[in-house]
Write a protein that binds this ligand. Sequence first.
Ligand SMILES: Cc1cc2nc3c(=O)[nH]c(=O)nc-3n(C[C@H](O)[C@H](O)[C@H](O)COP(=O)(O)O)c2cc1C
Length: 133
Amino acid sequence: KLKEALAPGNYWAKKAPALVAMVTNNSWGMTLGERHYAPFELGMAAMAYQLQAVQEGLYVHPIAGFNADLAKEVLGIADEDSIMVLMVVGYPGDSSHLSEKHLESENGKRDRLPLESVHAFNHFDKQLKPKGK
Ligand SMILES: Cc1cc2nc3c(=O)[nH]c(=O)nc-3n(C[C@H](O)[C@H](O)[C@H](O)COP(=O)(O)O)c2cc1C
């Protein structure tokens, strides 16, 4: 039923054996002034989840492209809580049903930001901000 909430572009996730909802609420974590730690904690949990899954031979993709209201209804998640991502969990396999665009990114080179755009020494550098921010 949850698969009905997937955005059309996430058609590929329908083949996955499991979708895992990563849920949080700012009130679930520590808050210090303007800093709500719950999303940070969920991000850490998500990364740990992905690393362990890959260690066990699974593939995992976090996705934000889904109808959150429908997903919450299907899973019985309260209105005030947020499903930040669904984790699409599966085994690497047949890629013949993928669109041309997805085949290209599946088989293509991984593009990573250069170190200087994500890291600076001693002083914050405005080029660390996302473009246009
Ligand atoms: C927060 C978040 C939301 C994402 N939402 C989608 C999505 O809806 N559909 C999709 O195909 N990929 C989505 N992605 C990207 C995929 O998970 C992508 O495969 C992955 O980030 C690429 O990792 P890689 O370069 O290590 O393969 C999202 C990634 C993040 C971090």
